[in-house]
Design a protein around this ligand. Structure first.
Ligand code: ZN
Length: 198
């Protein structure tokens, strides 16, 4: 999935709402601004709760759409993809940047659950389809995609991924990468979002 230069949260909807809330209350006064900070912390707590309550670790990253999801030991990735990620992680580490996989291979059932969750989360099928693909076309079910974190690592990979043959493929998902070019090659143009795959 697809994602900004300032260290803002990766979830575009959440980012906009928090920014708006803080901006509006700042103009009112310091006490109200403090309230907005508390509200922001509460929102973070909600995200943590969602993460902890997710059914399995490797689904958690997708459920929350957060690049700060906990790392998982990816399973079911092809050796090529795993090797490319391992190489990228080593290079990032050499620059002092952490990089880990938050979601790799998923079963069709897990993917369908994400679709159902997304419809509930985003409030419409149309919006949900911008963020998640059906099991039959999901690259995660095929084992050809990884979601990465934390946020700094995702942005590092956005800049350096092509060196390792890893490309961000959806403009709205900075955390989603596929082995879409040869190492050192050029990445294909990104899709705006996942809606083309439906
Ligand atoms: Zn993904």
């Amino acid at each position: 999935m697809t994602l900004r230069d300032a260290p803002t949260p990766p979830h575009p909807v959440r980012t906009r709402s928090v920014t708006t809330r803080v901006g509006r209350r700042r103009r009112v006064g310091r006490r109200v601004y403090a309230g907005a900070v508390v509200a922001g912390l509460a929102a973070s707590a909600v995200a943590v709760v969602q993460l902890v309550s997710a059914p399995t670790d490797h689904v958690a990253g997708l459920v929350t759409r957060q690049t700060d999801a906990a790392p998982v030991t990816a399973v079911g990735l092809g050796p090529g993809l795993q090797q490319r990620f391992d190489d990228a992680r080593a290079a990032a580490a050499a620059e002092g940047v952490e990089l880990w996989i938050t979601s790799g291979w998923r079963t069709a059932d897990e993917q369908q659950q994400l679709v159902d969750d997304a419809v509930e989360r985003y409030g419409s099928v149309e919006e949900a389809r911008r963020w998640v693909l059906p099991p039959e076309s999901s690259e995660h079910v095929a084992g050809t995609a990884i979601d990465v974190g934390p946020t700094e690592g995702a942005y590092w990979l956005q800049q350096h991924g092509a060196d390792f043959g890893l490309c961000q493929t959806y403009a709205n998902e900075v955390w989603h990468y596929e082995a879409a070019t040869e190492p050192g090659g050029g990445c294909p143009e990104m899709h705006d979002d996942a809606s083309h795959g439906w």
